[in-house]
Design a binder for this molecule. Structure first.
Ligand SMILES: Cc1cc2nc3c(=O)[nH]c(=O)nc-3n(C[C@H](O)[C@H](O)[C@H](O)COP(=O)(O)O)c2cc1C
Length: 240
């Protein structure tokens, strides 16, 4: 039987039930590059993102140009800024590649911006396996293809219209040499970079050092290697 605190035991926290409008507790910021129907590049900040193996799950507004581009041509680069690119990311806030700004964005102050790379001050660099460009200044750039997408809360006629969940498969990883573990060609050193994080719409960096020895960290990283790594390698050379 689970232990419960008795009436006289001090509570670890005094809690209150509440209804925050958002539950964005903290995730990394990503800049997604995609190709618009006219072949120009779009670049959009987002942070509802997490990874499983070499797959990545993204949550995006259905009304975003990025979402339309991803569903239409299924290619992107997921660029991960460090805290050093925070000003560039912030310059893209409240902008959309959509020429007609959707009403839901108009009320929040969004405006159309056709040249997102220029607006951010970031350098488009050709990708190797997908058509959209990488953002050169970001220390991690993940080329990826979209394998699946579906509306969030598919069975809910109201919520289901607004958000799309997309599953991306990474086809190539580019990482700045400065964030690699010395002498390890396939390992990123999490102490060597400070990913830009967003929590409740505010920007944060991680603390530069670990806060506690990690038991999970004793498992060799190579034991997590996904079969998608070999698939990406087998596809090398063929533009997807
Ligand atoms: C730091 C940051 C994080 C964001 N996270 C998300 C997100 O996770 N999902 C989303 O749909 N929009 C997110 N947005 C808002 C999008 O950037 C916004 O919808 C934008 O208009 C998309 O651009 P696009 O229409 O050119 O695709 C975020 C914005 C910022 C600045």
């Amino acid at each position: 039987m689970p232990a419960t605190a008795g009436p006289e035991a001090p509570l670890p926290h005094e809690t209150a039930t509440c209804e925050p409008a958002i539950l964005y507790f903290g995730t990394p910021v990503a800049l997604i590059s995609t190709l618009n129907p006219d072949g120009t590049a779009n670049l959009a900040p987002m942070s509802s993102i997490f990874w499983l193996g070499w797959r990545c799950v993204l949550g995006l507004a259905a009304s975003s140009a990025t979402t339309r581009n991803l569903i239409a041509n299924r290619q992107c680069v997921i660029n991960l800024p460090s805290v050093d690119q925070v000003a560039a990311v912030d310059r893209l806030a409240l902008t959309t590649g959509s020429e007609t700004v959707p009403q839901s964005k108009v009320v929040r102050g969004y405006r159309h911006e056709a040249s997102k790379f220029e607006r951010a001050g970031l350098t488009p660099v050709p990708a190797e396996t997908v058509a959209p460009p990488r953002a050169g200044e970001c220390p991690v750039q993940l080329e990826a293809v979209i394998e699946h997408h579906r509306p969030l809360s598919e069975d809910d006629p109201i919520v289901g219209r607004f958000t799309v969940v997309l599953e991306a498969r990474v086809t190539r990883v580019h990482a700045a040499r400065s964030i690699m573990m010395p002498g390890q060609e396939n390992r990123i050193d999490p102490t060597r970079w400070r990913p830009l994080m967003m929590s409740f719409q505010e920007f944060f960096g991680l603390t530069p050092a670990t806060v506690h020895p990690s038991t999970l960290g004793t498992v060799p990283e190579k034991l997590y290697r996904s079969p998608d790594v070999d698939r990406a390698r087998a596809d090398a050379g063929s533009i997807i």
